[in-house]
Design a protein around this ligand. Structure first.
Ligand code: 2RA
Length: 329
């Protein structure tokens, strides 16, 4: 497979290269792509150095698959150009996610909706992916009525800028601000920009993308997305109300038997997921599973995942693997 990684010099792009190598994806030719200012730089893949090329050069090479993590503007402008020459694009930006002609896929949940005709495939938002990984099997069994989710999102979700701001604040340096306020010793209830309804784009992604991936617009979702000064991954406190009742041990068993989900749930041994330990792993970790005693058929849980891996790069590569395995590319 001739594979282009668009945004190869960015944080997610670097993890995509790492995941492609780790999972031994069948890359016969790797083309790292970035903006003109990065053309000529080198990236390493499987011990070899590759020179970064520009977008038009990559289009002209007619690669089989292009993995994008280069922002919405670049995706809107360039994904169609790649698709026109027959390349299948898997895009990490939010540009195409809510396009009614595009499919929003988490392979373990709805990979089967993909066809050869899908040439631009958006990857869901990191905080959505970990949420639906845990909730999809429970929706199938108990039918979800409503989800209330509060997120505690890693600064790596804002890329190098977010990490650099925290490091500067640790060192007492006044540098470029990724956020409106200091992030050190703080929690900022503001991820992405605000919409007219008073919610942030990040919060509305959780609402809209969850309904699309679970293919059920009757599911009510409300979210609060908070940025916190950690790097290991995103955490989510989730309250979910079902149409039907459940047994907590059955919920644990369903999740335990869900590929890509790991249950860490034993308060007697202080066992629960934490981003410090989720970092660098591809699983979605679920714990603090307990009945919500304040209302019927409702459950609380705590969901943690490395937002750069399953939340972005790994899910992207898993979509590519699904396409290859099912001869869709
Ligand atoms: C964030 N999910 O964490 C968004 C984009 N990666 O900022």
């Amino acid at each position: 497979m001739k594979v282009a990684v668009v945004g190869a010099t960015g944080m997610v792009g670097e993890v995509m290269l790492q995941i492609l190598a780790e999972r031994n994806f069948p890359v016969t030719e790797l083309i790292p792509v970035a903006s003109e200012k990065s053309v000529g730089k080198e990236v390493e893949f499987k011990g070899k150095k590759y020179k970064v090329v520009g977008l038009q050069t990559a289009v002209d090479m007619k690669v089989d698959i292009a993995l994008f993590s280069a922002g919405g503007e670049t995706s809107l402008a360039w994904a169609p150009k790649f698709a026109e020459v027959g390349t299948t694009v898997i895009d990490n930006s939010s540009a195409w996610r809510m396009d009614p002609t595009k499919k929003l896929v988490v392979p373990e949940i709805n990979g089967s909706i993909l066809t050869k005709e899908d040439k631009i495939i958006p990857n869901a938002n990191c905080s959505t992916i970990q949420l639906v990984m845990a909730l999809a099997p429970l929706h199938k069994k108990y039918k979800i009525k409503r989800i209330v989710v509060s997120t505690y999102q890693s600064i790596t979700g804002t890329g190098v800028k977010g990490v650099q701001q925290l490091e500067n604040e640790y060192s007492g340096i006044q540098g470029e601000m990724a956020y409106k306020y200091p992030i050190h010793r703080n929690a900022i209830p503001h991820c992405d920009s605000f919409e007219d309804n008073g919610y942030t784009k990040e919060e509305m992604k959780l609402v809209r993308e969850t309904q699309k991936i679970l293919d059920d617009r009757t599911i009510a979702v409300t979210a609060t997305a908070v940025r916190v000064p950690i790097v290991g991954g995103h955490s989510e406190a989730v309250n979910v109300a079902f149409e039907n009742d459940f047994e907590v041990n059955e919920v644990r068993s369903i999740l335990h038997n869900t590929p890509g989900v790991v249950v860490q749930d034993n308060v007697d041994t202080f066992t629960y997921p934490m981003p410090l330990y989720a970092q660098g792993k591809d699983d979605v970790f679920v714990g603090r599973i307990r009945r919500d005693e304040s209302q019927p058929n409702s459950l609380n849980m705590w969901i943690v995942a490395d937002n750069l891996r399953k939340g972005a790069a790994t899910n992207t590569v898993q979509i590519a693997e699904y396409l290859v395995k099912n001869n869709l590319v």
